[in-house]
Design a protein around this ligand. Structure first.
Ligand code: FNR
Length: 368
């Protein structure tokens, strides 16, 4: 009695199906947020506070959704963000996301804590397909260096250092489900002897270095030629610090609401960051990405109007993969593409560079 794939008309539909068909533990791990899940809900709700100011009588016969991210040309302004433990949802794991990303020419960010090995995910990519690495920094910097340099050798085009998880957030839904089958699903690239006896939540994060600080970033810049992006920046002060430190990008993100509850949504933070950067004429010194709660092309368009280079999408692709495998991921991406084209047409933007702050009304955001 599972709906056929063609009955999924938007990204939320995949979530509804996944909830019914996924194993309870897997659903709990994917769907949970920290504490009361206020931030997780706000991530999407914040987009409801932004309204459009469309322009009319623009020639929108041909819509071009292509753009570049860290120098790579992509067909749409979103990427598949890093989400751990792909095999909880589908026995094939992250390589399904690799194939979906290939088909739609978008980038996949490979998680440190993937279920498939890093090399399996690289091998699944076809020639020229762009992948990035998400890095949890290991206390043992030799291990970290090995992971980074291996990723560069395998052709990864960006190093996303996660900076919002010095400790794993409390995801109570997930704790209740006991996480029993996770240990066998993690084949992490941490390269460390991870202690799995204390339950998976601890096990998969025990190697992460909580002493990581700004002082460490120059070292990362010295060991790789890959652009470095800080994933999980949450205020303008830290964006400025990131620019001064010489990194190439930031992801304004709260980890999908899985870390600090009452962290602001990425889109809210973006509205704080961009005016300050424009005032300093610094907006071109760094690429700014946003993730969390992006479910509609209108969400993507809003982020781009505000000044984001692109957005990351996590759970929707996990749900599509868990419910329907590759055809599900393919359809989810196609739905986004169709939504992108239609909504760009309706807003009066024929290409990505036409999107600008005058096309949105952000007065509803709490900051303004
Ligand atoms: C994540 N996220 C994440 N981030 C990261 O840097 N390393 C990781 O291992 C994970 N793992 C992970 C697992 C699952 C199940 C989820 C849902 C998320 C966070 C992820 O990269 C991203 O920030 C959010 O998923 C974006 O929010 P949405 O699109 O899921 O709402």
């Amino acid at each position: 009695r599972m709906p056929i794939l063609e009955q999924c008309y938007n990204l939320m539909d995949f979530e509804a199906v996944a909830r019914n068909v996924m194993k309870k533990t897997a659903w709990a791990y994917y769907s949970s947020g920290a504490d009361d899940e206020i931030t997780m809900r706000e991530n999407h709700n914040a987009y409801h506070k932004i309204w459009f100011r469309p322009r009319v009588l623009v020639n929108v016969e041909n819509i071009d959704t292509t753009t570049t991210m860290l120098g790579t040309k992509v067909d749409m302004p979103f990427y598949v963000t890093a989400t751990a433990l792909g095999k909880l949802g589908n026995p094939e794991g992250e390589v399904i996301l690799t194939r979906g990303a290939k088909k739609h020419n978008v980038i996949q960010m490979i998680p440190t804590l993937a279920s498939c090995s890093f090399d399996e995910i690289c091998d699944a990519a076809e020639d020229g397909q762009c992948q990035w690495l998400q890095l949890y920094v290991n206390k043992d910097r030799d291990v970290t260096k090995r992971i980074v340099q291996h990723a560069e050798k395998r052709g990864c085009k960006g190093l996303f250092i996660t900076v919002d998880a010095p400790q794993l957030g409390r995801r109570e839904k997930d704790m209740r489900s006991k996480f029993s089958d996770v240990g066998s699903n993690v084949q992490d690239t941490s390269g460390d002897n991870v202690d799995r006896s204390q339950g998976a939540a601890r096990a998969i994060s025990s190697f992460i270095d909580p002493s990581l600080s700004w002082k460490d970033i120059p070292w990362f810049l010295s060991i790789t030629k890959m652009p470095i992006i800080l994933k999980g920046v949450q205020c303008v002060e830290d964006v400025i610090r990131a620019i001064e430190t010489g990194v190439h990008g930031v992801v304004l993100s709260n980890h999908g609401g899985r870390q600090l509850d009452f962290a602001r949504s990425g889109i809210e933070v973006l509205s704080e960051v961009m005016p300050v950067l424009r005032e300093r004429d610094w907006q071109d010194r760094i690429e700014i990405y946003v993730d969390g709660g992006v479910r509609r092309a209108t969400d993507i368009i809003k982020a781009l109007c505000l000044g984001a280079k692109g957005v990351g999408i996590g759970r929707p692709f996990l749900y599509a993969m868990s419910a329907y495998g590759l055809p599900g991921v393919d359809r989810a991406m196609q739905l986004l593409k169709d939504e992108m084209e239609m909504n760009m047409r309706l807003i009066g933007a024929a290409k990505i560079s036409d999107l600008n702050p005058t096309m949105i009304d952000t007065r509803g955001l709490s900051m303004h």
